[in-house]
Design a protein around this ligand. Structure first.
Ligand code: ATP
Length: 239
């Protein structure tokens, strides 16, 4: 089984149900958007996918490996970009990447080659010598994406990666990550509440109040209406 597979996952915070029987797939070579308004459960789902919190019901499989029972195999195939920035601003870009590579057991020339290749992929190679503090928000995010690719994962998950960026940076990063899926066969799973980050050809999972309301190709789901109108129609609270 390839890509990301989530089967019947539920999660509660005390009495509050954050996820309720969620099942979805993000396949290789596909950009799969997880669209949901604030509070839908996106961050909770990411915490479960990355093993930060444990599944109590249901299964999360990465390339067929269960994050609960085989975390080492699952995590070695997973690249993660969290919503909050996780860089050391005092270090250079290369040092930040080397540090992360070392955590994954990489070192020396091979690590440096991977760093160069990953930064090339994001059009960022000329920034390697700069301190992270000198980068703007969009470039810091690109660096975090490059970092998440260093160990050559098959599945890349990103939790609202464009939060706080200007429109131009947002669109550039969204385009880069679409290309990663199309060109390199990565299974991309991208959480957002912004419909303009989603193209008609993308796969789309609509999460609302902890449940999957709809899933399929974005263009087919929206039909003749704008994606934003479809989204509002699906998630509108009845008067
Ligand atoms: N630690 C917690 N304790 C109790 N309830 C929580 C906790 N974290 C999240 N929740 C609740 O669980 C639900 C899902 O939250 P979650 O953060 O996963 O949603 P989200 O889609 O990521 O929203 P946002 O875009 O605002 O981050 C919300 O109703 C939220 O209030």
């Amino acid at each position: 089984m390839s890509g990301l597979n989530i089967a019947d996952v539920s999660f509660n915070y005390g009495a509050k149900r954050a996820l309720d029987g969620v099942s979805l797939t993000a396949g290789p070579g596909r950009f799969t958007a997880l669209l949901g308004p604030n509070g839908a459960g996106k961050s909770t789902l990411f915490a479960l996918i990355s093993g930060l919190i444990a599944t109590r019901r249901g299964r999360v499989l990465i390339e067929g490996f269960d994050i609960a029972t085989n975390p080492r195999a699952a995590l070695s195939r997973l690249g993660i970009v969290f919503q909050a920035q996780t860089l050391d601003l005092d270090l250079t870009v290369r040092h930040n990447l080397r540090y992360f590579g070392a955590l994954h057991g990489m070192s020396g020339k091979e690590l440096d080659q991977r760093i160069d290749a990953a930064m090339d992929r994001l059009d960022m190679r000329d920034r390697l010598g700069e301190r992270a503090a000198e980068l703007n928000g969009g470039h810091r995010r690109r660096m975090e994406i490059a970092r998440a690719l260093l160990h050559r994962p098959s599945v890349l998950v990103l939790d609202e990666p464009t939060v706080g960026l200007d429109v131009a940076s947002r669109m550039a990063i969204t385009r880069h990550v679409h290309d990663l899926a199309a060109d390199e066969g990565l299974a991309v799973f991208w959480a957002t509440h912004l419909v303009d980050e989603i193209s008609d050809g993308d796969d789309l999972v609509l999460l609302h109040k902890g449940r999957v309301l709809a899933a399929g190709q974005a263009g087919a789901l929206r039909g003749q209406v704008l994606l934003n109108d479809w989204f509002l129609g699906q998630t509108r609270v009845p008067a």
